[in-house]
Design a protein around this ligand. Structure first.
Ligand SMILES: NC(=O)c1ccc[n+]([C@@H]2O[C@H](COP(=O)([O-])OP(=O)(O)OC[C@H]3O[C@@H](n4cnc5c(N)ncnc54)[C@H](OP(=O)(O)O)[C@@H]3O)[C@@H](O)[C@H]2O)c1
Length: 254
């Protein structure tokens, strides 16, 4: 339990599975009194996560939105204003590679969807939540970047990598503006997490190759990333602003 989280409302986007689900449950188990979760297609997963949040003692509700279009992001902002206008902790976790495609074949609509989901949504959902944090003089925003931002991404993932590099960059801009107002903004940058994301986009052979490049001798888990996000939400990280914390078992060290 982290006493500084007592009474706080958290919002975790993309919390129907994976890193977001583990983070939402961890925030509830560590003292948040309300954890609002967002999902897109996996309503059943969202229901299961809500059960786990309630079992941990927090109130919860789920909001559905496709964040891969500007209209979807605007609709989500409207829903937030009606349901949870005062979020203290925002975890901008929703993200996806969407589809692997080579540079020469990459279609314009895919470019927009990848950038909107991974980058635009973090910026504008943050813009929705920040004013209440500033009014209270306390708030935390954690964005999800990726190791892809550092190494350019795997096959057909250049725009996903670019979107995650943009997330790491605006994390600094957000932090510079909000730090004097009591709001801390940071990012986490996972390496390869062995979860739904890679079940969709990577073969077992690709994952085995990534494992060979990982000094820790294992791929990451949702809970290991959630623990780092929890640290960034806690007072233990109170002097950390604008940083992107790499969590990758040593796969990338520079
Ligand atoms: N897994 C990795 O190795 C890895 C590495 C680096 C960074 N990341 C980042 O970590 C974050 C969480 O990913 P994960 O690994 O936990 O993957 P995941 O298990 O596939 O979960 C992705 C989450 O994002 C949501 N999402 C997907 N498309 C969406 C859309 N169009 N609109 C709104 N929400 C959408 C999903 O919602 P539904 O399931 O309800 O559709 C789900 O809750 C992402 O930002 C990802 O880019 C992951």
């Amino acid at each position: 339990m982290l006493s500084e989280l007592n009474g706080k409302t958290a919002l975790v986007t993309g919390a129907s599975r994976g890193i977001g689900a583990a983070t939402a449950v961890a925030l509830a188990a560590n003292g948040c009194s309300r954890v609002v979760i967002h999902y897109n297609s996996h309503a059943e997963g969202a229901q299961q996560v809500m059960q786990r949040i309630k079992a941990a003692g927090a109130a919860t509700e789920a909001l559905q939105a496709d964040l891969s279009t500007p209209a979807g992001i605007r609709g989500f902002r409207d829903a937030l204003r009606a349901t949870a206008p005062e979020v203290d902790i925002l975890v901008n976790n929703a993200g996806f590679l969407v589809q692997r495609s080579s540079f020469v074949d990459f279609p314009e609509d895919l470019f927009d969807r990848v950038m909107d989901l991974n980058f635009r949504s973090a910026w504008f959902v943050g813009q929705e939540c920040a004013p209440a944090m500033v009014r209270k003089g306390w708030g935390v925003i954690v964005n999800l970047s990726s190791i892809a931002a550092r190494n350019g991404g795997g096959p057909g993932a250049a725009i996903y990598a670019a979107s995650k590099a943009a997330v790491a960059c605006v994390t600094k801009g957000m932090a510079k503006e909000l730090a004097p107002k009591g709001v801390r903004v940071n990012a986490v940058s996972p390496g390869t997490v062995d979860n739904h994301f890679h079940q969709v986009f990577s073969s077992r052979e690709m994952l085995d190759n990534m494992l060979k490049m990982t000094p820790a001798g294992k791929l990451g888990s949702d809970e290991e990333v959630a623990d780092t996000i929890l640290f960034l939400c806690s007072d233990a990280s109170r002097y950390i602003h604008g940083q992107t914390i790499e969590i990758n078992g040593g796969m990338f060290m520079v």
